[in-house]
Design a protein around this ligand. Structure first.
Ligand SMILES: [Zn+2]
Length: 522
């Protein structure tokens, strides 16, 4: 694990604690081995002036669900430290009470909701606190002998925290476990099956502890055979029949979700290598890499091993809710990702952003669980614990607040003759209504005219070149997982002439483009 720290960049922050907090938060967020999409959280304690000019001690804590890679000062909520510490003194507290009291203690009510781990940050006495779900730490603490391994790797340089639900209960446990700590020796907390906290009185110290401890976790894994060489690779060919199977799976997942989804098939060497392992289905369905992934990935992927796979997933999901629920409402039973045996993985999402996040998490999941398996055995949290996190209202709250879906969200469209006129207007309107759109046109400017917006692309294509048309349609299916809307709009107007004087070449070209090409495209 490489440190991304730069003295020059840090100096530019001066001695502004929040600026330094933003700086190292982004460093953590930039490394996907440490932090993925909304994972992890960071804080700094500071004394600021309140509205009346009186000094008040606050915890600047990352907003819940915020992305460390892109965070700015506005991504942190300043919460009165004294209130957070009093919360940790309570014997019981409901989720709703915690959210309400944390919000009420914010200096600015316009700030984001504080992270659910705010009280954990508050009870640690150091100024800077960094928390990640680093892949190597998760792999190590999910070994059958994980506890022994953690003790052997770090000794008394870390305090070990057993699995406890994040938030209030975790904060109380951390305070209890650290009350007699010799902070001159301790560099971090290792949270079994969860992740790692590091801390320090400077941003540099806390960050460097994170890099050092995670590097040591990587070395410990590698020493047991869990280096990156444990990640399988393979080359696969995706045939037209495979694409039809992908489109069929997408359709079923869309039906289960109640909305159209995009399906990003990943068939590169690593995804194909994983999916070619005979134990891929077993490995992938033991549980999520870190518990909070369950809100985006559900507790396991569907393994596309037959026509009934998506329905069987729905059956399992519904049964597990009946079995494990303690009053939590049921969530939709559509899988968020798939293991596609022998081919790769598939990420589902109703938007490009959602499917992209799932794809990234799946990529890191299949890497890390193979390393963990090679190092002794990939275990995961028991199903009931993962269920509790997945259905925890404070976790689900991270997914709320997305804009209302557009009418064609998740739909996949092709428009021919899309470089100008009616075709271009149709392509842009379908895109504005939420569809992902690929425009075909002979005009070499097509990619530029339709480019620059996610989900709207232009491709130069001669619609009378039938092998090229077939390839272009297959590429769309491969990129998004299917095809819902085809607007066969291309047409030409040749120079007008009375019928008896018409140039036969013009006649033939007109029929080819205006009639035959539509038949071929369809
Ligand atoms: Zn966490």
């Amino acid at each position: 694990m490489q440190s991304l720290w730069s003295d020059e960049e840090a100096r530019a922050c001066g001695d502004d604690a929040l600026a330094l907090r933003v700086y190292t938060s982004r460093l953590l967020g930039r490394d996907p081995e440490l932090v993925l999409h909304g994972g992890g959280n960071t804080s700094v304690k500071a004394t600021v002036s309140d509205f009346f000019g009186d000094p008040v001690e606050v915890l600047y804590i990352k907003g819940s669900g915020g992305d460390l890679a892109k965070i700015g000062p506005e991504g942190f909520a300043a919460v009165k430290l004294s209130v957070l510490l009093r919360i940790a003194d309570l014997s019981t507290l409901t989720d709703a009470e915690m959210v309400r009291e944390q919000r009420a203690a914010m200096l600015d009510p316009a700030s984001p909701n504080p992270s659910i781990e705010a009280v954990v940050h508050a009870v640690l006495p150091q100024r800077f606190v960094d928390h990640t779900h680093a892949n190597a730490v998760v792999a190590l603490t999910n070994q059958p002998d994980g506890l022994e391994l953690v003790k052997k790797t770090w000794g008394d340089r870390v305090i070990i925290v057993p699995w406890i639900m994040p938030g209030f209960l975790l904060a109380k446990a951390v305070r209890e476990l650290t009350k007699d700590a010799d902070w001159s020796k301790v560099e971090g907390l290792i949270l079994m099956q969860h992740g790692i906290f590091t801390f320090g009185d400077t941003a540099a110290e806390s960050y460097s502890h994170m890099i050092r401890l995670v590097s040591e976790a990587e070395a410990a894994l590698a020493a047991r055979g869990g280096s990156s060489s444990a990640i399988a690779t393979a080359d696969v060919e995706i045939t037209q029949n495979d694409l039809l199977a992908l489109a069929a799976a997408r359709k079923e997942v869309s039906q289960a979700r109640g909305r159209a989804v995009l399906a990003f098939a990943e068939t590169g060497p690593e995804a194909a290598g994983f999916a070619s392992r005979p134990d891929a289905g077993d490995l992938a369905t033991r549980g999520t890499l870190t518990p909070d992934h369950s809100i985006r990935m559900k507790r396991r992927p569907v393994v596309l091993d037959g026509a009934e796979a998506v329905a069987a997933f729905g059956g399992w999901y519904g049964d597990s809710h009946t079995r494990l629920q303690k009053g939590q409402p049921a969530l939709d039973a559509a899988p968020r990702w798939a293991v596609w045996p022998g081919k790769g993985t598939v990420a589902f999402g109703t938007t490009l952003i959602e499917a992209g996040i799932v794809k990234d998490i799946a990529e890191h999941t299949v890497r890390t669980i193979q390393q963990a398996e090679a190092a002794g055995g990939w275990t995961a949290l028991p199903e009931a614990d993962l269920f509790e996190i997945e259905h925890w209202d404070l976790e689900q709250a991270k997914l709320r607040g997305a804009p209302a879906p557009k009418p064609l969200q998740g739909k996949i469209a092709i428009v021919s003759g899309a470089a100008a006129g009616i075709g271009r207007a149709i392509a842009e309107e379908l895109h504005a209504q939420g569809a992902v759109v690929t425009g075909f046109d002979l005009n070499p400017e097509t990619p530029v005219r339709l480019g620059g917006r996610p989900g709207l692309t232009g491709r130069v294509l001669n619609l009378t070149d039938y092998p090229a048309v077939e390839q272009a349609v297959q590429d769309v299916v491969r990129q998004y997982g299917g095809l819902d809307i085809l607007v066969s709009n291309a047409g030409i107007f040749t120079a007008g002439a009375n019928f008896e004087y018409m140039d036969p070449a013009n006649w033939a070209k007109s029929l080819e483009v205006n009639l035959t090409s539509h038949m071929k495209l369809l």
